[in-house]
Design a protein around this ligand. Structure first.
Ligand code: DAH
Length: 334
């Protein structure tokens, strides 16, 4: 018992001064290790009388438990300060320190993919304003005032400008097609461009309609351009974008700024339904003449497609309104 009291005293002093993991480990070995002082006492119990053994044994075991507890606590504190290898990670990662990874918005991902594919086919990227004049959005695209085709686009007109004349009324562009006109006014053919951007429609919203969304316009003007060139570029683009073996269908359609006009449908492997993904055609003679490009010498193809629609097909997104919901549970899936 005397021996035990001595050891207890020693350990307490040693623990006071131990400030490192190594120092604590030394104490553990010196007293609790295989040839430690306390271990020696516990081992020698078998030589004691029954009564002595009961008393001393109980005290020695109690001391061992206490020392172990103090050592463990001290070690945790020291590790917390020292850090480094072998640390108790439960001390380092606390709920308040949770780390969140950011992710790209699906429209950013899809927008980048589209640009990458077209620039690899030698298309340049052009831009135009979102608040556009009536002239560029309609007139120059062979959609004069009072033409019934204007009803194809439900338009947000900008109020303060409604008194302007000669196509100068301001509106929020209903498609990216006006960028075609702006680009052709400033550049001589041959050229091939895409024009990605935001467009606006004065419409009721539902799972497939939004009042603002994105389009990518395409325009290529050169000598001897034909529908065959359009067909090649379009099929190449969609095949690379969806990374699937697709079926294509080019259906006759009407858009005032192209002649002939088509709509492009695709079918994904194993699917029954045709999906409408693009409007396109050969640039209308009147559109070329309007920007002083000789339509006898030059021809062009043009196309326009909805970016949200492509993202919805590619990722199986069921509702267009999710794109602007600001819901992180949606964004974090991409
Ligand atoms: N601008 C049309 C729309 O928003 C889409 C379109 C159709 C664009 C045919 C084109 C085209 O360039 O040739 O509905």
């Amino acid at each position: 018992m005397e021996e035990l009291e001595k050891i207890e005293q020693e350990i307490k002093e040693a623990l006071e001064t131990a400030k490192s993991k190594e120092a604590l480990e030394k104490i553990r070995i010196a007293y609790l290790g295989r040839s430690g002082k306390l271990t020696a006492i516990l081992r020698s119990l078998k030589d004691f009388s029954v009564e002595e053994r009961r008393k001393t044994g109980a005290a020695a075991n109690k001391l061992r438990t206490e020392i172990e507890k103090v050592l463990d606590e001290k070690e945790k504190k020291v590790i917390g300060k020292e850090g480094g290898r072998g640390e108790d990670i439960t001390l380092l990662v606390l709920p308040k320190d949770k780390v969140y990874f950011g992710s790209l918005h699906p429209l950013t991902i899809v927008g980048r993919d589209i640009k990458k594919i077209f620039t690899s086919m030698n298309f340049s990227v052009a831009e135009g304003p979102e608040a556009e004049t009536e002239y560029y959005n309609f007139d120059a695209l062979n959609i004069p005032a009072n033409h019934p085709a204007r009803e194809m686009w439900d338009t947000f007109w900008v109020k303060s400008q409604t008194d302007a004349k000669d196509g100068k009324n301001l509106l929020m562009r209903t498609h990216t097609s006006p960028v075609q006109i702006r680009f052709m006014e400033k550049h001589k053919p041959p050229f091939a461009i895409i024009a990605p951007g935001r467009v606006f429609r004065y419409e009721a919203t539902d799972s497939s309609h939004e009042i603002n969304f994105h389009q990518v316009e395409g325009l290529a003007v050169d000598k001897k351009i034909s529908l065959a060139n359009l067909k090649f570029v379009v099929e190449e683009f969609f095949s690379r974008f969806f990374e699937e073996k697709l079926s294509f269908r080019f259906r006759p359609s009407y858009f005032p700024f192209v002649e002939p006009g088509v709509e492009v449908d695709i079918k994904l492997p194993g699917e029954e339904k045709w999906l409408e993904v693009m409007g396109a055609g050969m640039v209308h003679k009147r559109v070329l003449e309007g920007v002083r490009i000789d339509s006898e010498k030059w021809q062009g193809f043009a196309f326009g497609m909805g970016v949200e629609r492509l993202a919805m097909i590619k990722y199986g997104i069921p509702d267009i309104r999710l794109f602007y919901s600001g819901d992180l549970r949606f964004i974090k899936q991409f």
